[in-house]
Ligand binder design. Structure first.
Ligand SMILES: *Cc1c(COP(=O)(O)O)cnc(C)c1O
Length: 442
């Protein structure tokens, strides 16, 4: 097409039918064009030319925790660009990677001591799964090649990660020859935040733990690792569950020589009100994946951390190395901005607890709507569960008209606001969610 013709069409028209968006048809609902972003606000243009300025209630899929065009993060990137933007990590190293690895080990729960950088959350999960299989082979248990995961879990879209996602929601049936058959436990009993504590039906937890122990006993000769999102299942339904289930998984994994892998890609870096969600249970995994908010939402980067015990076993394995090595491993720009983002997290506790309190107040009115089944808040996560599937296009529009960007899914309208939101922003998000749900669903 001649360039002049292309220029005459709106950006949204040029987008449609040309480029895919996540889980959307090429001719699906028109996206909004982002013309700018700063602080907690997105500047948007709709297909019909309408402009919106909206508080980003999604933190760009839970990643932009310090807001857009954050001067500290911008400066960290600028400084690194002036040195170099990328070099291979094979045989070379650089200050941004080493510094970030040191920071991660300092922040992570105690025995986690080694870091593998990956280019996205899904890839870090792939690396964790491969690590567990290599670990078991090295420990003389080569038959252990499968994983135990939770129903309702989400761990990414690549093939290995997909295999440990919920088998129904994860659409395993579409890829029968690609997705390895894994083992799944029922979703753990739900927990509710009451006065800063997660409370639950203790008898239901007892029953869950018993079933878990039975499954592990039956399959322990096949299980390399257990992988779960601790405390909060994100994309699988924004579901909060009992910390005691994690304690039980820790005990069972240790008893049977199984690696416990925590996927903290969504929950890490304070989102649930603890620096890492595993702290709700007061335990540490053998392996932990982080991503999403790691770079403050600036660039794609994830990391897998493991204990010295696991790393030693990999060192003693037949290949002697962890069998993975991405082209863009430890990209210096991503590492530099991640370092700066972690420094900005300093003092997050008071900010997070203020946001949690404000979110609870802002979302409370939604509980009386007839379409609303439950309102739940954990840390800087606010969720409204409806009785019916959300009309995504209508809710998005209705929220934008109230000055807030949301991206609901299934029967959930939720927010994971940037940590730099002020009290008025949180109020606006709560009012937009409540107002949009009332208008569209009643
Ligand atoms: C988003 C997410 C992933 C996948 O990360 P990508 O960067 O999208 O590949 C994995 N696990 C959890 C818990 C997530 O929320």
């Amino acid at each position: 097409m001649p360039e002049t013709v292309a220029a005459a069409r709106s950006l949204i028209e040029r987008d449609r039918g040309l480029v895919w968006h996540p889980y959307a048809a090429l001719d699906g609902p028109a996206p909004y064009e982002v013309t700018g972003a700063s602080g907690v606000r997105l500047h948007l243009r709709a297909e019909d030319g309408t402009h919106f300025e909206a508080v980003d209630g999604m933190s760009s899929w839970w990643s932009a925790i310090h807001g857009y065009r954050n001067p500290v993060l911008d400066e960290a990137l600028r400084k690194q660009i002036e040195r170099f933007s990328h070099v291979m990590f094979g045989g070379l190293t650089h200050e941004p990677a080493v510094r970030l690895a040191e920071q991660l080990v300092r922040l992570a729960p105690e025995p986690l001591a080694h870091v593998f950088f990956a280019d996205s959350g899904s890839v870090s999960v792939e690396v964790a799964l491969k690590l567990a299989v290599q670990y078991q082979a090295s420990a003389g248990r080569p038959s252990r090649q499968r994983f135990l995961a939770l129903r309702g879990g989400y761990h990414g879209d690549t093939v290995g990660a997909m295999s440990v996602c919920d088998p129904i929601d994860g659409m395993h049936s579409a890829f029968p020859n690609l997705v390895a058959p894994q083992l799944f436990l029922q979703r753990p009993p739900k927990a509710t935040l009451v006065g800063g504590r997660l409370v639950t039906d203790e008898l239901a937890v007892d029953a869950w733990v018993e079933a878990m122990d039975e499954t592990i006993l039956r399959h322990r000769a096949e299980i390399a690792g257990i992988i779960v999102e601790p405390i909060l299942q994100g994309a699988g339904g924004m579901y909060v569950y009992a910390p005691r289930c994690l304690e039980a998984l820790r005990r069972a994994a240790s008893e049977h020589g199984i690696l416990l892998i925590f996927d903290e890609i969504a929950t890490g870096f304070s989102r649930t009100g603890k620096l890492f969600a595993t702290e709700w249970a007061g335990i540490a995994p053998d392996v932990m994946c982080v991503g999403k908010a790691l770079t403050g939402g600036y660039l794609t980067l994830a990391a897998m951390l493991c204990t010295a015990e696991v790393a030693t076993m990999i060192g003693q394995s037949a290949p002697g190395v962890l069998l993975h090595g991405p082209t863009f491993m430890a990209n210096p720009l991503a590492c530099a901005v991640a370092s700066a983002s972690l420094e900005l997290l300093d003092g997050w506790e008071s900010r997070l607890s203020r946001i949690g309190t404000e979110l609870s107040a802002a979302l409370a009115p939604a509980a009386s709507l007839s379409s609303v089944r439950e309102v739940r808040v954990l840390g800087a996560v606010g969720v409204i569960e409806l009785d019916e599937p959300v009309d995504v296009v209508a809710i998005t529009r209705a929220a934008l008209e109230r000055g807030v960007w949301l991206r609901p899914f299934r029967n959930l309208v939720y927010t994971m606001p940037p940590y730099v939101c002020g009290p008025q922003d949180i109020k606006d998000i709560g009012e937009a969610i409540t107002g949009a749900v009332a208008q569209v669903h009643g």
